[in-house]
Design a protein around this ligand. Sequence first.
Ligand SMILES: NC(=O)C1=CN([C@@H]2O[C@H](COP(=O)(O)OP(=O)(O)OC[C@H]3O[C@@H](n4cnc5c(N)ncnc54)[C@H](OP(=O)(O)O)[C@@H]3O)[C@@H](O)[C@H]2O)C=CC1
Ligand SMILES: O=C(O)C1=N[C@H](C(=O)O)C[C@H](O)C1
Length: 266
Amino acid sequence: MGTIRIIVAGPRGRMGNEAVKLVQETESFELVAVIDRKHDGDNLGNLDGFQGIDAPIYSDIENCFSSVKADVLIDLTTPEVGMLHTVSALNHGIRPVVGTTGFSSEDLAKLEDLTTEKGLGCIIAPNFAVGAVLMMKFSQMAAKYFSDVEIIEMHHDRKLDAPSGTGVKTAEMIKAVREPKVQGHPEEKETMQGARGANIDGMRIHSVRLPGLIAHQQVMFGEKGQMLTIRHDSFDRVSFMSGVKLAVDSVMKLDVLVYGLENIIE
Ligand SMILES: NC(=O)C1=CN([C@@H]2O[C@H](COP(=O)(O)OP(=O)(O)OC[C@H]3O[C@@H](n4cnc5c(N)ncnc54)[C@H](OP(=O)(O)O)[C@@H]3O)[C@@H](O)[C@H]2O)C=CC1
Ligand SMILES: O=C(O)C1=N[C@H](C(=O)O)C[C@H](O)C1
């Protein structure tokens, strides 16, 4: 396969910044443009921290996708614009690799239909870190033996969405293999709203937000007389980059939507 031409959306963000570095450092990747709501018409290389990079900045996605020849969009923005970017990329024949979290199940269904209609690959990955993908897979395995589970996801306090995409995906993977179960006491009552966390199929997800954290999750399984905890920690956003690279390479060979890197990492 030749060079993969890439557009990064959200290049000034915490993840977008790392993704720009990854594209620059990867011989088979070429950064052809970035999408940024600021600095329209400028060049990324003129912004602080991006010296030596040559990539035009577009604020208007339609203008970007129709002016620049690209194979893949890497989106690391917010759910609202991420969804618009993903739909528009597919309509322009560009394969999306989406790390942005917070998409609804309706969004995912819409994207699944659109990818199939266009015959283009699209990867939506709530977590690109290989260790986090393994944590989710191991949790799914454990759920066959332990039916009571609580998920605690812990992130930095600049995160917009709660629960995290990883927390939701973990619960969905567990839901796929366990009998539905309402956990806790059947008559339990929250005397303070939110005390028991979010409820997915009777499972509870608790979201911690603190400065100093990056991205951490522990999945706790309880059973009579024993407990199993499966935990993953990202201490640096570089932890996500091998997964981004894998997703970009993989999306070029796909013609359907893949939701979750566990479907790529066998
Ligand atoms: N899949 C994974 O492995 C991971 C996913 N994530 C997800 O990636 C996303 C980005 O996270 P992170 O980098 O920490 O967030 P940041 O807030 O650091 O970056 C978000 C970027 O999106 C831009 N943006 C925000 N609103 C708009 C808009 N309306 N139009 C265009 N651009 C916009 C921001 O620009 P501005 O500065 O102007 O606001 C910023 O550059 C989140 O959804 C997060 O959950 C994060 C880590 C790992
Ligand atoms: O916003 C973040 O930082 C992260 N978001 C993703 C999520 O919502 O799960 C992935 C990772 O946890 C970091």
